[in-house]
Ligand binder design. Structure first.
Ligand code: F3S
Length: 426
């Protein structure tokens, strides 16, 4: 790899031991990827949380944050002091809701450790957005900006919808990028790698939130890790529709970038999306593909008596929270069901101020932040049958928790929460 004089000096330790370890990691990472150089990044979204059991496993002291940082954010053999972030840096989703941790089965001590870790890393520049959707809480990069982001649903949103540039990073590379402002130049940082290679003709035009999720889930399975361009007369989406579409496509496939000409950031026409080339594969998303996606998502459930309803994957926007508040207003959920509604902590604060939290929690539901069951494996005691409006959560929960999981629309999920029975259908 070609390194600048400043990068060489950092690698030699001129800017301290942490940045030396970070440069060493980035150079090894870049060589493995075949990158020729490092490029500047201005925005990092990663993980600094310190309370998960596997992070805590070998520590003498649970609040030994420098050891956690050295091991898990720098992949270093020794312990170095955590420096301040060099570029804008935020924490993604993590394991403990600092308000509703008892519902998740965590102790007061674990919640206190979480808060202590937030302050420790916060005073070194980490913004505790604590969500998989930092773009919903003010972290909105601009077109062309190079990032180092983890979290597949956030990465595909940043690339496709915003036109920013990032690959799916890991905890270590994001940690190293945060204190150096650098990442290897490869993958989606490079113009030539951002064009569509696969075309999907949309015949089953999405009308609802569930439809956008089903289309994403189907398209992801068609193209896997490649870049699709959708063709056909698609309706104008809201941000939440593209959030669900991308999260679903990143789950069933490994989609990190897509184009909807005239709607996403980098193409006004199919030809522009394809970079003037002929697609290597053509697919059709029609009524049969939509039905197949719905059936695949519901394939592992057969008991309609549900005990846990999970909403908010990816984390809900404020407009989704209002929709849920409206649907629950004046109603009471079944005594046999727990309903958790997930949203970023900043949006929960807005819900508190706006009275939405009260409307939702009067029904017996809980507004949750900072986490989700796929990340922290926490569900209400005795959970056996889950229902969710998220393709991503429905894709992962059966494997992660070994529980039956139904997928349905928001209305199906609310009905299941109120009655205790899932009656979803297309
Ligand atoms: Fe976010 Fe968890 Fe879904 S991290 S995208 S709510 S699986």
């Amino acid at each position: 790899m070609r390194l600048s004089d400043r990068e060489k000096a950092m690698l030699d330790g001129a800017e301290g031991p942490a940045r030396q370890r970070a440069m060493d990691l980035l150079v090894r990472y870049g060589r493995a990827l075949g990158a020729e150089r490092l490029i500047p990044v201005t925005n990092v979204a990663g993980v600094w949380s310190s309370t998960t059991p596997w992070v805590q496993a070998d520590l003498d002291k649970p609040d030994d944050f420098d050891t956690i940082y050295s091991r898990f954010n720098l992949d270093a053999d020794d312990v170095v002091e955590t420096p301040q972030a060099a570029v804008s840096t935020c924490q993604l989703i993590h394991g403990i809701d600092t308000r509703n941790y008892r519902l998740q089965g965590f102790s007061d001590e674990q919640a206190a450790l979480q808060r202590k870790s937030e302050k420790y890393f916060g005073q070194r520049g980490v913004q505790w957005c604590s969500t998989c959707t930092p773009y919903q809480v003010g972290n909105v990069p601009v077109k062309g900006e190079h990032l180092a982001w983890m979290e597949s649903s956030a990465v595909v949103y940043a690339n496709a919808v915003l036109g920013a540039r990032t690959n799916v990073e890991g905890r270590e590379s994001a940690g190293a990028a945060s204190i150096t402002g650098l990442i290897p130049e490869f993958g989606l940082h490079i113009d030539a790698n951002r064009y569509a290679t696969h075309r999907v003709r949309v015949e089953a035009v999405p009308e609802s939130m569930m439809d956008w999720g089903l289309m994403g889930y189907s398209v992801g399975a068609m193209v896997m890790e490649n870049i699709p361009v959708l063709s056909g007369a698609l309706p104008q989406p809201r941000p939440m529709h593209l959030k669900h579409f991308g999260a679903a496509a990143a789950s069933s496939g490994g989609v990190e970038m897509y184009h909807i000409p005239g709607q996403t950031a980098e193409a006004d026409s199919e030809d522009e999306a394809l970079g003037g080339r002929v697609p290597v594969e053509e697919h059709v998303y029609d009524a049969a593909a939509r039905r197949a996606a719905f059936e695949r998502l519901n394939a592992n459930a057969n008991n309609p008596d549900v005990d846990f309803v999970m909403l908010g994957c990816p984390h809900n926007s404020i407009e989704q929270m209002w929709e849920i508040a409206r649907l629950l207003d004046g109603k009471r959920i079944s005594p046999n069901v727990e309903l958790w509604v997930h949203t970023p902590r900043q949006i929960r604060a807005l819900c508190d101020e706006s009275g939405f939290t009260e409307m939702i929690e009067r029904s017996g539901a809980h507004v949750m932040s900072d986490s989700c069951p796929a990340i922290n494996r926490a569900t209400p005691d005795g959970t056996e049958v889950i229902v969710t409006d998220s393709c991503k959560q429905s894709h992962y929960l059966p494997a992660i928790l070994g529980k039956q999981t139904w997928f349905g629309s928001l209305e199906h999920c609310i009905e299941a929460a109120l009655t205790g029975r899932f009656k979803g259908s297309l």
